[in-house]
Design a protein around this ligand. Structure first.
Ligand code: SAH
Length: 228
């Protein structure tokens, strides 16, 4: 990290980062006890300043294992879910080439993904959230993320196929265009279903079709159509 004096963002990052080191360690121990095994992913969570992804008023709760509001009726996902989804997508911590994320939100999951992919493409339908997420990627010097304001149901065909797709809002069924944009042997982690009965699924594409594995019961915001 750049420690040059006079760089306001870096001083803020270091200051809060240091005081919250104990809560970061506690969070990681909690995730471990809940079954997250990948040390690389646990390290990724420990080293990512989640407090910079929420409102200052909520910063003291940033390392609690809970979802928090990020405005526009949306939430930053619970760290356990972020870890679980990342672990399902990234096998043995082996980086992927191209990952597509649907639902940038505040950009926290995007940043975690960027540690395990050569290039991350992320789509958010709410322009205001996307702009703020972009500023965070820039100030954190994260250069392998490209973000677009669009409807994630359509995917991002220009860069397809993706060897990983991660969806952080729940459609009723898996959008066919996302399946089409997944490479053979690619993996997609996606919550599916209506409020109150959503399942987190791991889909793996092979020559003959798509196989499906149930991962967990979850509660995501709905995947909507159009942009805002
Ligand atoms: N990974 C995010 C989760 C944000 S909540 C985080 O940790 O902050 C889910 C996000 O999906 C919201 O920001 C919502 O606006 C977005 N979303 C919902 N439907 C979408 C769609 N069709 N296309 C793109 N983004 C969508």
């Amino acid at each position: 990290m750049d420690k040059s004096p006079g760089n306001k963002m870096n001083i803020e990052q270091q200051g809060i980062g240091m005081t919250s080191q104990r809560s970061r360690n506690r969070l990681v121990e909690q995730l471990r006890s809940m079954g997250i095994e990948s040390e690389l992913i646990l390290d990724g969570i420990k080293n990512t300043p989640r407090h910079l992804f929420v409102d200052e008023a909520l910063a003291s709760r940033a390392y609690d294992n809970t979802a928090l509001p990020i405005g526009f009726n949306q939430t930053i996902s619970q760290p356990y879910i972020v870890a679980k989804m990342t672990e399902a997508l990234i096998v043995n911590g082996k980086p992927l080439k191209k990952v597509l994320e649907i639902g940038t939100g505040c950009g926290y999951q995007t940043l975690i993904l960027s540690k395990f992919a050569e290039q991350v493409y992320t789509i958010e339908r709410i322009q205001a959230l996307l702009s703020r997420a972009r500023e965070r990627f820039y100030s954190l010097k994260c250069r392998n993320i490209k973000a677009m304001n669009s409807d994630g149901n359509l995917g991002w065909p220009e860069h397809a196929p993706y060897d990983g797709i991660l969806v952080t809002a729940a459609p009723i069924g898996v959008p066919t265009q996302l399946i089409e944009q997944l490479s053979v042997n690619g993996r997609m982690v996606i919550p599916v279903g209506s409020a109150g009965s959503q399942k987190l699924l791991l889909l793996t594409k092979n020559e003959d079709g798509v196989s499906e594995k149930y991962l967990d019961a979850v509660s995501f915001v709905p995947m909507l159509g159009g942009i805002n």
